[in-house]
Design a protein around this ligand. Structure first.
Ligand code: ATP
Ligand code: MG
Length: 431
């Protein structure tokens, strides 16, 4: 993508109204534009990250056999009257009437609608277990929308719903999703800390919040340091037995004898087992093996897709701007053409641009003619593309091309295009 043909608008200064790095940087770098309180337009760079985050989640769910559907944003109030949540949900629920006077709402979550779909189609134990997910916009009329996309009113959530025939099977599903969540967040370069959000009493509810470490997080976490040492996928479930809580649940007696770390955290996901709460209230029964009908055991599992974009910036930025982990970066490589009087430099840059694209490297090419070299460097640091290829005087004098690694600031010279392409391909495919 050539910047001269793109929708690329950065500002020199962060807006004064934004309080935290991710909010400031997303506005300054033109990733989102605020539309009204807690409601945002996703501009091209932001949308690329949002889609990459969603696709990592999609990919891991597919690997676990979790099936994707797409439910609407607008729901009928009737479903919520059945589950008895219509009144209890409170002012976060955006309610309105259509022209026929029917009470409708903008979905803040989809347990009711999913249970409704389930009861329409699934009638027998033979069809279970089933886990179904979707990625859809939600609306919650938050009392204090803030921090940009981190606490929006309209936000993108990935939510999954599981149906099992027994508590034991539902617990296995819960554990499978617990492991998958850790993998999902690690793929985005994050360090997830699953904190216990419910007692986990036998047969009762189970719940974990997935927090990621960042100084600006809304919660304070106390967690067993050992969590950080578990890196082998086969061991992810072991994390469940290690101590990790948010401050309001911190209990010195329980924590006794453990080496704990304390950090701020951002909640990026939440998993919940609640048994037959919705299947019972909404009469979603299936015929069991013995011929008697039963209420399937449910869990629901949510990831804040749009919140994650902000959370990743909170975890990875410096005074110059964003520092994207490769798997979620808006582009792999920024190609920066510095002001040059030499036609040769320009011809080479154009040629390299094509070569990068032909090698499936997603490149943003700063070909702007009316922008100073300094502003180009600042902009590319601001938007945090993992690798910058700088083509300027060094190319004119001795055919050298420089690569700057955004994360480390390391600079590497290349004397041949082949060596450069080989380096980039291998770095980009490490993930
Ligand atoms: P919080 O305590 O932050 O309000 P929650 O417990 O209400 O979160 P859930 O209902 O569990 O959130 O929703 C699942 C996920 O959706 C959360 O873990 C979070 O990542 C995301 N999420 C929830 N509310 C918002 C919001 N207002 N803006 C952006 N993302 C949100
Ligand atoms: Mg909430």
């Amino acid at each position: 993508m050539k910047i001269s043909e793109y929708f690329f608008y950065t500002s020199k200064e962060a807006p004064a109204s934004a309080e935290i790095a991710s909010h400031k940087l997303m506005l300054q770098a033109g990733f989102v534009a605020q539309s009204s309180s807690g409601i945002y337009t996703w501009l091209p760079l932001g949308l690329k990250v949002l889609n990459k985050v969603a696709n990592i989640i999609r990919d891991e769910q597919a690997k676990q056999g979790i099936i994707e559907i797409l439910m609407p944003t607008i729901q009928s109030a009737n479903l919520w009257l059945e589950s008895n949540r219509y009144d209890s949900y409170g002012a976060e629920l955006l309610r309105f009437k259509d022209r026929r006077g029917q009470e409708m709402l903008y979905g803040p979550t989809n347990e009711e609608m999913m249970t409704d779909i389930f009861r329409k189609y699934v009638k027998t134990y033979k069809d279970l277990p089933k886990i179904i997910h979707h990625i859809q916009w939600k609306f919650r009329d938050e009392i204090r929308p803030r921090f940009g996309v981190m606490r929006g009113r309209e936000f993108l959530m990935e939510d999954a719903y599981s149906f099992d025939l027994s508590f034991e099977e539902a617990k296995r599903t819960y554990d499978k999703i617990f492991k998958m969540y850790i993998k999902i967040f690690k793929r985005m370069g994050l360090t997830p800390i699953p904190v216990q959000a419910d007692s986990g009493a036998i047969g009762g509810n189970m719940s974990h919040e997935f927090q990621i470490l960042a100084d600006t997080g809304e919660s304070t976490l106390y967690y067993d340091k050992e969590i950080l040492n578990i890196t082998d996928e086969n061991d992810f479930l072991k994390i469940k037995d290690l101590y990790a809580v948010t401050d309001e649940k911190y209990d010195p007696a329980q924590a006794k004898g453990k080496v704990l770390s304390s950090s701020r955290g951002i909640e990026v996901g939440h998993i919940f087992y609640f048994g037959t709460k919705y299947t019972e209230s909404m009469h979603a029964k299936v015929i069991g093996k013995d011929g008697n009908s039963l209420y399937p055991f449910m869990g629901s599992y949510g990831i804040g897709v749009s919140r994650l974009v902000g959370a990743i910036i909170e975890a990875f930025h410096d005074e110059k701007g964003m520092i994207w982990p490769i798997p979620v970066a808006p582009f792999d490589v920024a190609l920066i053409e510095l002001a040059s009087k030499s036609d040769e430099v320009q011809a080479f840059t154009e040629e390299l641009y094509s070569d990068l694209m032909n090698n499936n490297i997603d490149v943003i090419y700063d070909d702007r003619k009316n922008v100073s070299n300094g502003s180009k460097f600042n902009d590319m640091d601001l938007i945090g593309i993992p690798f910058q290829i700088i083509i300027g005087n060094k190319y004119a004098t001795d055919k050298t091309v420089e690569v700057k690694v955004r994360k480390t600031g390391e600079r590497i010279d290349f004397n041949s295009k082949e060596a450069l392409l080989k380096y980039l391909s291998s770095e980009l495919n490490k993930n």
